[in-house]
Design a protein around this ligand. Structure first.
Ligand code: COA
Length: 333
């Protein structure tokens, strides 16, 4: 039998606290109009102080397990994509293994920021195809609000990001006729690493971390928004077209493109480049902001629950972000 990977079930979780653009207006010199015009975002969710990224991932995982009809004992391996782990190390994969009460299954963390879910999907797909595992739990989750500077100094990034988690249960399947992952394309260019990053703490620093670094803001998110935008609008469509060409698929055959929810203007540019109608390019950034590794699985889970994606549909997942990295996966849901 040819070993292929299918998505058995998806789940997502966002924390209950909604923070609107008007709420942010109370904290910094910004406006609902500025945020909506530049990003499309109306509101985002911020986790409570006692919630961790692993807590949100565990909630999303439980929904995905239910959707797949799995019990926790079915999980043979965890792949966890996040840039906001609970600890600097170890990664969130082991924390989730413990929190879900799983057996001593392997757990791997992916540090690819916005492309983390797609890179994670490709890694899990490879492990399943090789015969290493039959059932893998893949997570994309972020708790970014504690790292945001909710002041006028931090407004260029603080208004863009939100918290949330998504999960996918991936299992082995046999036939190319049914649901399966077709393939992936992944790229990076580290020349642009410092255009979107958190530099400190980091082992390149001497000292590793100091009070000055915290005071001068360099332990917060830095983003050269214009540089990110410029690259995103070309690399996003390019990598989508690459993965489609690998499998002889044209954009019009896709039921849905689920882009990483970076920015409404970037999503719109991608949609126009691919000449697709609005209904075929998923967007929920209005409600969640940019949830980095969480954004694709949250969107995918929502789209399945709403009936926007049905079994047998061709779906393309695509992302661009910090690194820079960019990547796309093509699958028949
Ligand atoms: N509210 C109000 N004004 C703000 C602001 C905010 N939250 N953030 C920045 N500004 C101000 C700037 O200080 C600047 O003021 P100035 O002209 O007086 O200096 C002005 O708005 C324009 O700033 P600029 O950074 O040039 O805006 P922009 O048009 O490039 O839009 C982004 C900023 C971030 C929305 C845009 O660059 C973008 O979408 N980039 C991609 C970001 C992204 O998707 N990142 C995630 C990748 S995964």
């Amino acid at each position: 039998m040819t070993r292929l990977t299918r998505i058995a079930g998806l789940g997502h979780y966002v924390p209950p606290r909604v923070v609107t653009n008007h709420d942010l207006e109370q904290l910094m010199d910004t406006s609902d109009a500025w945020i909506q015009e530049r990003s499309g975002i109306q509101e985002r969710h911020f986790a409570a102080d006692d919630t961790t990224c692993t807590d949100m991932a565990a909630e999303a995982a439980r929904h995905a397990l239910d959707a797949a009809g799995w019990t926790p004992d079915d999980v043979q391996f965890i792949v966890f994509a996040t840039l906001s782990p609970d600890l600097f190390f170890p990664g969130n994969g082991v924390l989730l293994q413990h929190q879900l009460g799983l057996g001593e299954v392997g757990a791997m963390d992916i540090r690819n920021q916005c492309t983390g879910f797609v890179y994670g999907l490709s890694a899990a797909d490879g492990l399943i195809r090789m015969g290493t595992y039959d059932r893998i739990l893949l997570i994309g989750a972020e708790l970014q609000s504690p790292a945001l500077r909710l002041t006028t100094e931090g407004r260029d990034t603080a208004v863009l990001f939100g918290d949330g988690a998504g999960a996918a249960c991936l299992e082995v399947t046999g036939g190319r006729d049914g649901s399966h992952v077709l393939g992936h394309r992944m790229h990076s260019n580290g020349k642009y690493a410092l255009e979107l990053c958190i530099r400190r703490p980091g082992a390149a620093n001497r000292p590793w971390i100091s009070k000055e670094m915290i005071d001068d803001g360099s332990s917060g998110i830095y983003m050269n928004g214009r540089e990110v935008f410029k690259h995103a609008v070309t690399k996003f469509p390019a990598v989508i077209l690459e993965v489609l060409a690998d499998h002889g698929v044209t954009p019009d055959q896709l039921a849905l493109v689920i882009p990483h929810q970076a920015n409404m203007r970037i999503t719109e540019a991608v949609r126009k480049r691919l000449d697709l109608p609005e209904a075929k390019v998923y967007s929920n950034i209005q409600r969640y902001g940019n949830t980095t590794a969480g954004s694709i699985p949250i969107a995918f889970s929502e789209a399945v629950r709403a009936g926007t994606v049905k079994r047998g549909d061709l779906v393309c997942l695509a992302s661009f972000g910090s690194g820079f990295t960019w990547a796309a996966s093509l699958l028949r849901y």
